[in-house]
Design a protein around this ligand. Structure first.
Ligand code: UDP
Ligand code: MG
Length: 323
């Protein structure tokens, strides 16, 4: 009989004390169901929670050695939490999954089937409904992914969520992308690999509250576009060219009008408006350049993606920051 494969479930948690227990029970049920084919490791990443999430993780680890955790020194964001999880995962396959049970752990059975028997490198969940989500939010997020697909080579599938099972090869590829401005959906698409999409109905949070405000989502979207596309820079050049053409025709018009009719254009209001308009566009373009420069600056500093204050895995026991 072939050796049992190990699946590591990476679970980013930020103030999830209400759901972490429920999540663990659900995972145990799935682990039992898949007992014959795979063994599990549940790797929680405490993303600087201010509630009792870490204590809950410790309790779970005491009673079950399959539970491990990495705890951050402060909140570094879900992207950093996923990276830390992938880095410490020891499984042959690694799943990333939310703690709030919005990503049904039961899907892991089908995902595992896809990567072990159907020849896929990864199996990802695709949300086919958005019940329970405000309409405006669905609209904004849908438009964003459409724009992103147009501007870059990054294909984010409609309804893609951060819930997928990956082979070791894909995990290693993702780990190689150690950029600071992380946009994981883009990274998954960029590294390639054959992915099976598994549809599921949206589930509402089991307990607790979403950590994403509209503002955070907007920042995340900009991160995606600036991180994967240089199209805004091309847009800046295009605007410059358009303005030069306009200026050329305006000058031509004024020269001809003055020469033929001897009628100099009068009035400073038109001039003032033009100066205002053009300097506005210039500032806007400088802003775009500044965004790219700012991102470059942060990357060049080469800071660690996260700082761990406590790591308890079955491989190592340490308490140091990792990059
Ligand atoms: N999360 C995190 N760090 C953060 C924000 C969120 O680790 O700064 C985790 C959170 O605990 C949850 C997952 O990311 O497991 C998804 O977050 P949430 O449910 O708030 O987002 P939503 O499902 O509403 O998009
Ligand atoms: Mg959620």
């Amino acid at each position: 009989m072939e050796k049992k494969k190990k699946i590591t479930a990476v679970v980013p948690c930020y103030n999830e004390e209400d759901v972490i227990g429920l999540f663990y029970e659900e995972m145990c049920r799935v682990a039992k169901q898949m007992e014959a084919q795979a063994e599990f490791e549940i790797l929680f990443v405490n993303d600087g929670s201010s509630d009792h999430t870490l204590e809950k993780m410790r309790e779970l680890r005491e009673k079950d050695s399959r539970v491990c955790f990495v705890s951050f020194s402060r909140n570094f964001g879900k992207e950093a939490a996923m990276y830390a999880g992938l880095e410490h995962a020891t499984g042959d396959f690694v799943a990333v999954i939310d703690a709030d049970l919005q990503h049904p752990p039961a899907l892991l059975v089908e995902m595992f089937e896809a990567v072990t028997r159907e020849g896929y490198d990864s199996a990802a969940a695709q949300r086919v409904s958005r019940t329970g989500e405000p309409k405006i939010r669905s609209f904004v997020s849908r438009s964003f992914y459409r724009v992103l697909a147009k501007l870059s080579q990054i294909e984010v599938v409609e309804g893609e969520v951060d819930y997928r099972l990956m082979s070791r090869a894909m995990v290693n590829a993702v780990l190689q992308m150690s950029e600071r401005n992380r946009f994981t959906k883009g990274i998954f698409s960029w590294v390639g690999f054959r992915t099976k999409w598994i549809p599921y109905e949206n589930v509402e949070r089991a307990a607790g509250q979403t950590k994403w405000s509209m503002w955070k989502l907007l920042k995340y979207s900009l991160e995606g576009i600036i991180g994967y596309s240089t199209a805004p820079l091309a847009l800046v050049s295009l605007i410059g060219v358009l303005f030069c053409i306009c200026a050329f025709f305006a000058i031509l018009y004024i020269v001809i009008k003055t020469l033929i009719w001897g009628d100099p254009i009068g009035g400073w209001p038109s001039l003032a408006c033009m100066i205002l308009g053009v300097s506005g566009i210039q500032l806007f373009c400088m802003g775009i350049l500044g965004q790219y420069l700012g991102k470059t600056y942060l990357e060049v500093k080469n800071r660690p993606i996260y700082v761990a204050s406590d790591v308890e895995t079955n491989e190592e026991k340490e308490g140091q920051g990792r990059n």
